[in-house]
Write a protein that binds this ligand. Structure first.
Ligand code: HSE
Length: 301
């Protein structure tokens, strides 16, 4: 009696929407295989693809901790036994929503194994708790798109209010992960608590413009709107060659370029797969020329 679940990587913030916008990609993603066993309790059988970085202790591992949380919520913690095999297909601390993908896969798996007692909407707060365990802050802009797919807007965090937005058919992402570690916890501490009103006005104009652009499939409007004046200037310093990569992406025809989540991955948003591929390839060549190893992923949004 077992299930296998895949949950995708996600690009949080979608460049201009810090903590409120995010989208899922087709690949990479993490996999959870969950087995129902006779002995009660939640255990990790194995973790692959993490270079030994994740804890096997079921109380410390985010995936198993979230599964336990859900079982406790359902009053099943003393009777149900499950064992987990986690396979990671993306780097940790990369800005691709790695912990979110594992958490969502784990929670979706246990919910499926139990015959879906919770809807996706009801599962969402448990996913957010997983994010909080992983990085100290319960933002939903990775877990929401990982669970729902497509593009999601998190209108409210206090009372979670998640809205799925339309995905224009030709929207593609060229993602490059320069191999330096930027933990979300650290990248959040850098950000200033206060912003200037004029910058806030620019930012919410852009967020509204992007949402309108998605509804209209208006790629020019999407391109004009995807700029971040609040967070990027601070976080860009953690990312090698950031502004050079931006110039390369825009010259290759990308609609926009920015940080994926809290970085260090960067993302070129493009109309069409060919442009996304071109931008990501040229960025990777630039990094190689500067002795920086990288991975690239090109996917439909
Ligand atoms: N919105 C979050 C941030 C996503 O930018 O810190 C990171 O997981």
């Amino acid at each position: 009696d077992h299930v296998r679940v895949f949950a995708p990587a996600t690009v949080a913030n979608m460049i201009c929407g810090f903590d409120v916008l995010g989208f899922a990609v087709d690949h990479p993603g993490d996999e959870v295989a969950m087995y129902r066993v006779a002995q009660p309790g939640v255990r990790i059988r194995s973790i692959a693809g993490d270079d030994g970085r994740l804890p096997l202790d079921a109380d410390k591992n985010t995936v198993s901790a979230c599964v336990k949380m859900l079982l406790t919520h359902l009053g099943l913690q003393d009777e149900l036994g499950v064992e987990i095999e986690l396979t990671k297909h993306m780097p940790i601390g990369s800005g691709l929503g790695s912990s979110s993908a594992s958490t969502v896969a784990g929670l979706f798996a246990i919910n499926t194994l139990l015959g879906n007692p919770l809807s996706k909407t009801a599962l969402m707060p448990f996913c957010v708790e997983g994010e909080r365990l992983a990085c100290g802050h319960g933002h939903a802009d990775n877990v929401a798109p990982a669970l729902m797919g497509g593009i999601t807007l998190i209108r409210g965090h206090n009372h979670l209010d998640v809205i799925s937005l339309p995905v224009p058919t030709e929207l593609y992402a060229g993602i490059v992960f320069p191999q330096v570690d930027v933990p979300t916890r650290d990248a959040r501490q850098l950000i200033k608590e206060k912003v200037l009103l004029k910058d806030a006005v620019t930012q919410w104009g852009n967020i509204a413009g992007l949402v309108a652009g998605l509804y209209e499939s208006d790629y020019d409007l999407i391109s004009r709107s995807m700029h971040d004046v609040l967070i990027e200037p601070t976080r860009a310093i953690l990312i090698p060659e950031f502004y050079e990569m931006k110039s390369i992406a825009l010259a290759a025809g990308a609609l926009s370029f920015g940080i994926s989540g809290s970085g260090p991955s960067v993302v070129a948003i493009a109309k069409g797969e060919a442009v996304a591929m071109q931008a990501a390839t040229e960025i990777q060549q630039h990094l190689t020329a500067h002795d920086i190893d990288s991975f690239k992923y090109v996917s439909a949004v």
